[in-house]
Write a protein that binds this ligand. Structure first.
Ligand code: COA
Length: 167
């Protein structure tokens, strides 16, 4: 898959991305905003083989000038939540504030609704992450709910702010 946006290209991960994935992702400033399964230096290779293997999820690299500098993905839910999916993303600290994630999320939303039989696309943002909330608002998501004390991250309790897009 290949999605070209004004500031970046969204493309499949390839084994050769392991070095740049480890370099850009292994950053506590990013990890603090992410779920604990976020890839560290040690598991960049494992992440890429999972992302490129058989999976219901969609995992794409955010490519700027030929280098994988971030990631974005769609995770379809199952059972009674099967018509919902989650979107998740991260970007190298060196490239923040250039509109890259707004381009990436805004471009992936229509693909998510085309590819999956979903009626809602959601993102659970930690309450400590206003930049991510702003990205979602710029991409047409609405703030739906606050799940109080839903997140335990690095020993602290945080609210999870749920954003949703209905396609
Ligand atoms: C959140 C993140 C994805 C933003 O990526 P980005 O490419 O810098 O985002 P953009 O440049 O497209 O837009 C950022 C917006 O947030 C705003 N912003 C940045 N810091 C902010 C803050 N502390 N408070 C409020 N708004 C803020 C910017 O001004 C911009 O809005 P604007 O265009 O209206 O001025 C990036 O910081 C990141 O990867 N963080 C770590 C991982 C993460 O948080 N993932 C999301 C988990 S839900």
């Amino acid at each position: 898959m290949h999605v070209i946006t004004p500031s970046c290209t969204l493309r499949d991960w390839i084994p050769g991305d392991a070095g740049s994935l480890a370099r850009h992702a292994n950053n506590p400033c990013i990890a603090v905003m992410m779920r604990d399964v976020f890839p560290s230096l040690e598991d960049a290779h494992r992440f890429i083989s999972m992302a490129t293997g058989p999976t219901p999820n969609l995992f794409l690299a955010i490519d700027v000038k030929g280098e994988a500098v971030g990631g974005i993905g769609i995770h379809p839910l199952d059972d009674v939540k099967r018509r919902s999916a989650e979107i998740g993303y991260w970007l190298s600290e060196s490239l923040l504030g250039k509109g890259i994630m707004t381009d990436a999320v805004g471009s992936l939303v229509p693909f998510a609704f085309e590819r999956y039989d979903i009626v809602r696309l959601q993102a659970g943002v930690f309450s400590s992450n206003p930049a991510s909330m702003r990205v979602l608002e710029k991409c047409g998501f609405t703030r739906e709910a606050v799940h109080r004390d839903a997140i335990t991250k690095n020993g602290a309790l945080l609210d999870e702010v749920m954003y949703v897009h209905f396609g």
